[in-house]
Design a protein around this ligand. Sequence first.
Ligand SMILES: Cc1ncc(COP(=O)(O)O)c(C=O)c1O
Length: 339
Amino acid sequence: MIDLRSDTFTKPLPEMQKAMWAAEVGDDVFGEDPSINKLEAKAAEMFGMEAAVFCPSGTMTNQIAIKNHTVPGQEIICHEYSHVYNYEGGGIAFNSSCQVRPLPGPNGKLEPDSVAAALQNPLDHHAATSRLVVLENTTNKGGGACYDLDTIDEIRAITNTKGLGLHLDGARLWNALVATGQTAEDYGKRFDSISICLSKGLGCPVGSLLLGSKDFIHQARFIRKKLGGAMRQAGYLAAAGIYALDHHIERLAEDHEKAKLLAEALEKSTWVLPIEIVETNILIFNLKPEKDIEQFNAHLRQAGILHIDMGQGKQRFVTHHDVSMEQINQVVTQIQTLP
Ligand SMILES: Cc1ncc(COP(=O)(O)O)c(C=O)c1O
């Protein structure tokens, strides 16, 4: 099978597995897992932030951050495509009793003007208090798009003036850093809290980190405990994370290259509408309305290619280290041989 459904399907490579089995571990609920302590300190240092906490998933790091920034009844501004709004099981309502103000914007990105226009009047007791803005970088449902720092600065200026927090869902921030040349510190400086994932393009089996100030992360540990996310000898997982941060970031450029090759083949196909963006490893494209979606899906399936049909002709390919260049060439051939 050639699995282009998601980079979450990556499995740990042999060298990562070796690092995992060699890990020194302890009870992390007591703060005594040396590998987790090392990973948290390493990530915080990379971003120039004070502290980090290791969690089982990116959903949990986002949800802890949102809970930590808000009190019930407040409002969170995010993109209408965002993961926190669409794919976290209604967690914002469930965990934080807050409401969401989803906004449109190109390729999953918020625009400063629409953020400013969405802010509630803090003196109007009819309105929920605007408390937090959440950005996602790269955008998942937006097709792997990256923010530029100027846009983030404009949004940060608004949140500063109005006293809102700014959280980054950086599940694939690594891809954005590699694609744009921005640094982790560029982000550490601009956000109050950042969630980063190890289990996507970096190839770890499990794990995400939430970064922030010492106080913020101290509180985050209380929330993680309540959610059942405090683990024991999870240093085996943290060791994979340390390995990935040392060895797997730069190689994401290969995944971006693979996505571009697929895009080039799709652009030449009579089946596909012009593709909007391919900046990183997520490629979202639309079939022409007159084309038979089932026939397209069956053609790929028969060739052993798995992908996501997002509905209404929208299709998604995600490239990652478990799909080789040779397999990408096979997919290109299948695109070229669409009837
Ligand atoms: C943008 C984004 N944020 C958060 C998550 C959640 O990560 P997890 O699957 O580890 O809960 C994902 C998962 O794919 C994602 O794409």
